[in-house]
Design a protein. Structure first.
Length: 92
């Protein structure tokens, strides 16, 4: 299961890199790092929340979703938003 998820995420990053290259949008190294860390935290959150739910600990699962989920979403939004903001500022 996790192998298939890893393949899909790898294909997603490859498609994203291809799209950014075609649109001539430059991405700094720290933006890639933020995106990768955000995806890893999201996967960690999903794994721990589903594990806590499987052990019938709904309070722990909610804490994982709120804590890890919000952190990962903020990291991913910042990593995706910075290159597009820079691209739009350079266009104007």
């Amino acid at each position: 299961m996790w192998f298939i998820i890893a393949l899909l995420i790898g294909a997603g990053f490859l498609a994203l890199a291809w799209f950014l290259n075609n649109k001539n949008i430059s991405v700094k190294w720290y933006e890639w790092l933020l995106a990768v860390i955000g995806v890893f935290v999201l996967l960690f959150t999903i794994q721990n929340a589903t594990g806590a739910s499987a052990e019938f600990e709904p309070a722990a699962a909610k804490i994982f979703w709120i804590g890890g989920g919000l952190i990962s979403l903020v990291l991913i939004v910042v990593a995706v938003g910075l290159p597009f903001l820079r691209f739009n500022n350079n266009k104007a």
